[in-house]
Write a protein that binds this ligand. Structure first.
Ligand code: GDP
Length: 205
């Protein structure tokens, strides 16, 4: 993650996907879970993924790659990060939820280069019903995923291992879940190396 990353494309529907090439990992989570903050902290660039409290503003898959690749011919980046649109905000009209599900499910099903989805869960809330729905979607699409707790600085330190254990128990029977839960705080810069290592192992970056 040593070099600058750049935003290459926002994808509102399948027709706009970049050609498959580099291996990808994607990030999903309820809106406000801390997804933009985590992506920014991961690459060490404050403004890469937009941090915003406006729920549901971007219904796009945002693609990021390390700077310096043309993306043409053999000059492909070694990997791509994909920021999936947030889900689960209360006022979302049904068509918007349906559009989200369609975009995400099409992407999950059609993307051979997608190696894993990191599903972010707010440490204060744990896995909620709409997170369960997304995990079920991932199981159906047979795309490997790993749960990452965010904002661990918001709960008491002894509660973290307990929450990890509870979360593991909740995903234990899910076929596509990777049986390890990571704990992070973008604010306190904790758990980021573990996440970088996990991503590195996933895509060989
Ligand atoms: P997104 O909607 O999932 O992209 O979430 P954001 O990254 O925009 O974060 C939502 C809110 O949570 C913002 O007010 C962030 O400052 C805050 N936040 C994000 N990560 C952390 C964290 O690790 N600790 C704390 N305390 N707050 C965080």
């Amino acid at each position: 993650f040593g070099r600058p990353w750049i935003f290459i494309r926002g994808v509102p529907s399948m027709n706009f996907l970049p050609p498959q090439g580099p291996l990808e990992v994607a990030f999903a989570g309820r809106s406000n879970v801390g997804k933009s903050s985590l992506i920014n902290a991961l690459v060490g660039q404050r403004g890469l993924a937009r941090t915003s409290n406006t729920p549901g503003r971007t219904q796009e898959l945002n693609f990021f790659v390390p700077e310096g690749y043309s993306g043409e011919g053999h000059d492909l980046p070694p990997m791509a990060l994909v920021d999936m649109p947030g889900y689960g905000y209360a006022q979302a009209p049904k068509d918007q939820v349906d559009a989200w599900t369609k975009l995400v499910f099409d992407y999950l099903r059609g993307r051979a280069t997608l190696k894993r989805v990191y599903v972010l869960i707010d440490s204060r809330h744990g896995i909620k019903k709409n997170d369960e729905d997304v995990l079920t979607l991932l199981d159906k699409a047979a795309v490997s995923y790993q749960v990452v707790l965010t904002k661990t600085d918001k709960i008491k330190p002894p509660a973290v291992p307990r929450l990890i254990a509870e979360t593991l128990e909740k995903i234990r029977k899910r076929p596509a879940a990777y049986p390890e839960v990571l704990a992070t705080s973008s604010e306190k810069v904790e758990g980021l190396d573990d996440l970088r290592r996990a991503i590195g192992e996933t895509v060989g970056y």
